[in-house]
Design a binder for this molecule. Structure first.
Ligand code: G6Q
Length: 545
């Protein structure tokens, strides 16, 4: 049982008073008084340099935030997670995505059993399979080489590999077409398949449970598409479908050869599963070596998280900064802004990782929380965002802490493009922090009436994360950095970060509504009046089409 509620910890009230004292302090003053802060308020882990000096913090703020981490027993909770204890309380499971990227000589025990041999056995099978597909040794039913790989999965079984495939395209075999289909909207599958030759297409059905409605519907329709082109020969399934799951029976019942199933375990949460067999499509695309480099990058950050003292532990510091804005300065959202086109799905990926983990309204004892928990996480790559929503970041009325992620070297330097990209990244963090005062604007000759519109208040906090280049290892490091940040925040907010009961109710209601849509008739006793009317309207419209 939790003894002290999150907002009853001494550091919590100290931070609340401190926030009042510091609320009006401007980053301009903080930098003026403390020119060394960029040096002091930055750190490294692996290849990542994290500058958190453009935050509305002082040494006192950091001291209190670190005290909060200690009072919340962050280190103890971290050690419990890494040791394989059942930290997923409501589902009574260990949470060990870190074991997926742990080297073979580092035992990780779950219920007394070392899971590393099983992890590496699956990785080896994935590698052999990936090589076979890439080399053309694994062929389709009619003997043709596989040229298309379609991942069928949703949520955690889609966003991780889909994001990482986009991020690591420079490492991918360009002769392979790799697509990700998640939505139950038939449009997604239809568009993904419309220009593919079934005889050259491999489906990877990824579902931990192998019961997920969307994935099963897509897999069933994909199978029908394949069989229609291959003379309804069921034997074709074995060459064109493989599965990634924890549910061997479900896989067999679907008609996929259990020998073509890649296993993972209940201690791998969906949104933390990219390093497991869930990443199979990525491994086929980039090859086993690059995939292992990504795992190596994750492990580097895992070690940093496990070993660095709290005051130099980057996931811990970033988590605490998030808590500072969310709980003490009233920020409701957090922006992630990668200045790299290859990371264009990274914000969407983090959105799930963060919001499904910490978007909770009760504490670990089931009591309603009296404090804000996970923020809305969102973002787009720079520089696109600058021409879209940055206006609000600079001059809007909401405080939006933002992470800027950039790389010194581009995979495509193209003339000055990369220097332009980096100049924009730096310029934005500078503008957000320091703004432009009314006096400056007037001095520069702006008409008086326009001057307030052209003033930038500044004092808008950002973190800058820099790495040499977006490599598989660096991607792994970034992913693990954010994963552990989410964990630490969950501990401080005292929520169960590894369940997601909030997605269940909609699934149940959709089941009932689907029955009514199938029958073409609304149940007059079911639903609220709004939902019933909408359902009736849909039924009328679909009949008249
Ligand atoms: C992630 C969630 C969720 C899950 C999907 C797919 O943490 O649990 O996004 O990954 O619902 O589930 P299956 O892999 O079981 O199909």
């Amino acid at each position: 049982m939790t003894t002290k509620r999150a907002d009853h910890r001494p550091a919590w009230s100290a931070l609340a008073s401190h926030a009042e004292a510091i609320r009006d302090t401007h980053l301009r003053d903080l930098f003026r008084k403390d020119p060394d802060r960029a040096e002091r308020y930055s750190g490294t882990a692996g290849d990542l340099l994290v500058d958190y000096s453009k935050h509305r913090i002082t040494d006192e703020t950091l001291k209190l935030l670190l005290q909060l981490a200690r009072e919340a027993k962050v280190a103890k909770a971290r050690d419990a997670m890494l040791a394989g204890e059942s930290v997923n309380l409501t589902e009574k499971r260990a949470v060990l995505h870190t074991a997926l990227r742990s080297p073979p000589d580092r035992p990780v025990r779950v219920g007394g059993e070392d899971v590393t041999p099983a992890v590496h056995a699956v990785l080896d099978r994935m590698a052999a399979f990936s090589e076979a597909v890439r080399s053309g040794e694994w062929r389709g039913h009619t003997g043709r080489k596989i040229r298309n790989v379609v991942n069928l999965g949703i949520g955690g079984s889609d966003l991780g590999p889909g994001m990482a495939y986009e991020a690591l395209r420079p490492y991918a075999d360009r002769d392979l077409v790799v697509r990700y289909v998640s939505n139950v909207d038939g449009t997604h599958l239809a568009e993904a398949l419309h220009d593919l030759d079934p005889a050259e297409t491999l489906f990877i059905v990824v579902s931990k449970t192998f019961t997920t409605q969307e994935t099963m519907a897509n897999a069933t329709s994909a199978r029908a598409w394949l069989l229609a082109a291959l003379n309804d020969d069921e034997a074709a399934i074995a060459r064109h479908f493989v599965a990634v799951s924890t549910n061997a029976r479900g896989v067999r019942d679907f008609g996929i050869d259990p020998a073509s199933m890649f296993e993972f375990w209940d201690w791998v949460g969906g949104r933390y599963s990219l390093a497991s067999a869930v990443g199979l499509s990525l491994m086929v695309a980039i090859g086993p070596e690059a995939f292992r480099e990504m795992l190596g990058g994750m492990h580097t950050l895992d070690r940093h998280f496990a070993e660095a003292p709290l005051d130099r532990n980057l996931p811990v510091i970033l988590a605490l900064l998030g808590v500072w804005y969310r709980n003490f300065l009233g920020a409701a959202t957090h922006a992630v802004l990668p200045y790299d086109q290859y990371l264009h799905r990274f914000p969407a990926y983090l959105q799930q990782a963060d919001m499904e983990s910490n978007g909770k309204g009760v504490d670990r004892d089931g009591r309603p929380v009296a404090w804000a928990t996970g923020p809305v996480v969102w973002g787009e790559p720079g520089t696109n965002g600058q021409h879209a929503f940055f206006q609000l970041l600079h001059q809007g009325t909401d405080l939006v802490p933002a992470d800027f992620i950039g790389f010194a070297r581009s995979h495509h330097p193209l003339g000055r493009h990369h220097r332009m990209l980096l100049a924009n990244l730096l310029a934005q963090t500078e503008a957000l922090a320091f703004g432009r005062t009314l006096e400056d604007v007037l001095e520069e000759g702006a008409p008086k009436a326009l001057a307030p519109h052209r003033t930038f208040p500044g004092n808008r906090p950002t973190t800058t994360i820099l790495a040499p280049q977006l490599t598989p290892s660096v991607l792994g490091q970034l992913i693990a950095l954010y994963e552990h940040r989410i964990f630490v925040q969950g501990v401080i907010w005292d929520v169960c970060s590894y369940d997601q009961w909030g997605v269940e109710l909609g699934k149940v209601l959709a089941g009932r509504l689907l029955a009514e849509l199938d029958a073409g008739k609304a149940d007059p006793e079911a639903h609220d009046p709004s939902t019933r009317r909408l359902l009736e309207h849909i039924l009328t419209l679909s009949k008249s089409g």
